[in-house]
Write a protein that binds this ligand. Structure first.
Ligand code: MN
Length: 128
């Protein structure tokens, strides 16, 4: 039985494969897309338990996708985690302010990634 369904939005194929491998091995069912606009449709239809949302996307960026998800009745309470290559001081506050439940910086640390996802799903707040 799946521990939960996770929507991954990521345009880098190497990252996508890595995230899918780790999460599948961890017992999660993964849905995925490289496209922000498509992610909004998938989130509405599939009602995932968690969304991992890359910020740097070729079309609609992750900040905009997150804002739209927060504005729609069907998706406004979803757990949304930003994936970002820019981990700088103040980022956590910035992402929380923009309506994200947390963020994971890339490149990910393999051993921390699954634990972070599990904590987010359990509703634990982000350490750091
Ligand atoms: Mn990207």
């Amino acid at each position: 039985m799946s521990k939960g369904r996770i929507l991954i939005v990521e345009d880098n194929p190497v990252n996508m494969e890595l995230f899918m491998d780790i999460l599948s091995a961890g017992g999660y069912e993964c849905i995925h897309t490289v496209d922000g606009e498509e992610a909004i449709g998938i989130a509405n239809r599939e009602q995932p338990d968690l969304i991992l949302l890359d910020i740097q996307l070729p079309g609609m960026d992750g900040i905009t996708v997150g804002r739209i998800l927060r504005s729609q009745e069907n998706t406004k309470n979803m757990k949304i985690i930003a994936l970002t290559a820019y981990a700088m001081k103040g980022d956590k506050e910035m992402f929380l302010e923009k309506g994200f439940d947390g963020y994971i910086s890339k490149p990910i640390k393999m051993k921390d990634f699954l634990g972070a996802v599990e904590d987010f799903l359990a509703g634990k707040s982000q350490q750091e």
